[in-house]
Write a protein that binds this ligand. Structure first.
Ligand code: ADQ
Length: 466
């Protein structure tokens, strides 16, 4: 029977509702794999003095994971370097933060080759291979070079930038060509898919024989939008859990007679935290009579701490949060709570549920699962309001949220004013439309539609499910 092999940079299957510190990608992949007899391959997160390619295989919570350690230089050049200092900022339109360093590019190619050489012996002829995210774009090319003929798909979790931005990358053509060693390439939204098509047609002399197909570099590729979702049934269960209820009670006790506004993000410059803080500050300045009526809680666990840009933004956010409380707090009250730690997922569910406003304002975001989690956690009879950046992929589906330009503190402040005074009938009407989408286009729908496309539309799906 065919298997599904999922490949991503990090392999960290969550161990259940209590798991802390798991990114959106890990949550989604674990949920996707649990229902397939398959394998999850990638980096352990550990380093070794010299690369051995020795696999550590474990089964955690129904997911078989096979991981390898990388050398220090790999981590520096491939992970911290090309992935997090070159491609991440570039794909999020931060050309000002994008580092162009040949050693990073070489490390990126080397690690992709190492992944391919370690993975290739594990691949059986009928396996479907599903590669994830910008860390591993050249993986299919490396696997093909080793003679792997299986169907290989690629899903990009982050935006594909406009071609004027993508072409600022030295070696962009090589990276784009590597996409054509896949059979199917999926993007979060139609907009990113179009940006890729536009690049291929205008920069790579490509052709589009029919919608959803691209020809270039002598090969043909299927492309499409496959918006990722959350594990909606699992999240619904979690919202009702004792820990979620306890956390909700804790938050209610902190906000007696006040409305809670919540933001939950990895501490990353793409998430628009500085502008969001400024938006809240503006709201307080413009609405003196509301100052005692609101509490904003921003949860932002630190990430990628070895990258300077992340250290810098952390310092700026510490300063801003201090300034807001310094300016507006009184002896018995402070408007802003800023915490840098991880929470259990069931605790997060309780926090979302207690919040009258979910404030999700990334400057750019492939999708943004926090927006969907916030919607899934609401009380149907008295739901909160989602304020969402128009530059999050999620805005394409969640258009009944209050959509804002995340670069504008004024727009954020206005949206806060609207959300905090919105009557119950409008809140319920908007939430219902949002929830229908979150429930319908969940992680299972995402996985099935991509795997169907990869397997050749439904023909082999029955054989895959295990
Ligand atoms: P991320 O950039 O990590 O994901 P996001 O989609 O919001 O962003 O997912 C974050 C996840 O981490 C959520 O499930 C959230 O609950 C969890 N999380 C955040 N803060 C936490 C905390 N303090 N404690 C515990 N858990 C926390 C990337 C892309 C996104 C895309 C996803 C999936 O950048 O655009 O939506 O992959 O494709």
């Amino acid at each position: 029977m065919s298997r599904l092999i999922v490949v991503s940079n990090r392999v960290n299957p969550p161990t259940g509702a209590g798991e802390e510190s798991v990114g959106g990608l890990a949550m989604a992949l674990a949920a996707a794999l649990r229902q397939y007899s398959g394998l999850w391959f990638g980096w352990s997160g550990k380093t070794t003095p010299s690369f051995t390619g020795v696999l550590d295989v474990q089964t955690i919570d129904g997911v078989t994971a096979a991981v390898i350690d990388l050398e220090e230089a790999d981590v520096e050049e491939y992970y911290n370097g090309y992935a997090n200092k070159t491609l991440w900022p570039l794909f999020h339109y931060r050309t000002d933060l994008t580092a162009y360093d040949r050693a990073y590019g070489a490390g990126y190619q080397r690690v992709n080759k190492r992944f391919a050489e370690t993975l290739a012996p594990l691949i059986e002829p009928d396996d479907l291979i599903w590669v994830h995210d910008y860390h591993l774009i050249p993986l299919a090319r490396e696997l093909r070079a080793l003679g792997i003929k299986n169907r290989i798909g690629f899903f990009l979790h982050v935006p594909w930038p406009a071609h004027q931005v993508f072409t600022t990358l030295p070696g962009h053509s090589r990276l784009a060509e590597a996409m054509f060693d896949y059979d199917v390439v999926g993007f979060q939204t139609a907009e990113y898919c179009q940006a890729f098509e536009e690049y291929v047609l205008s920069e790579a002399s490509g052709e589009q024989p029919r919608p959803g197909q691209l020809q270039a570099f002598g090969r043909t590729l299927s492309v499409g939008a496959y918006p990722i979702g959350i594990d909606a049934p699992d999240f619904a269960r979690m919202v009702k859990s004792p820990r979620a209820r306890r956390m909700r009670n804790v938050m209610d006790a902190c906000t007696v007679f006040r409305h809670l506004i919540v933001g939950v993000d990895r501490l990353d410059y793409s998430k628009g935290l500085e502008e969001r803080f400024a938006g809240f500050e503006r709201y307080l300045a413009d609405n003196p009579d509301m100052r005692r009526e609101v509490l904003m809680l921003q949860i932002a666990p630190v990430s990628r701490e070895s990258v300077e840009a992340y250290q810098e933004i952390r310092g700026r956010l510490d300063g801003l949060s201090g300034r807001i409380n310094g300016e507006f707090a009184d002896i018995d009250w402070a408007p802003f709570r800023y915490v840098n730690r991880n929470y259990r997922r069931d605790e997060l569910a309780g926090i979302y549920r207690a919040a009258r406003v979910g404030l999700v304002t990334p400057l750019r975001d492939g999708m943004n699962l926090v927006a969907k989690e916030y919607v899934a956690a609401q009380d149907p009879d008295d739901p909160g309001v989602l304020i969402l950046s128009r530059f999050a992929g999620a805005a394409r589906q969640l258009d009944e949220a209050l959509l804002v330009n995340p670069n504008s503190p004024e727009e954020i402040a206005d949206a806060l004013g609207r959300a905090l005074t919105m009557g119950k009938p409008e809140r319920i009407r908007r939430w219902r439309a949002l929830f229908d989408n979150v429930e319908r286009e969940d992680v299972t729908a995402w996985r099935d539609s991509f795997v169907d496309a990869l397997a050749g539309v439904g023909t082999r799906r029955a054989a895959l499910a295990g």
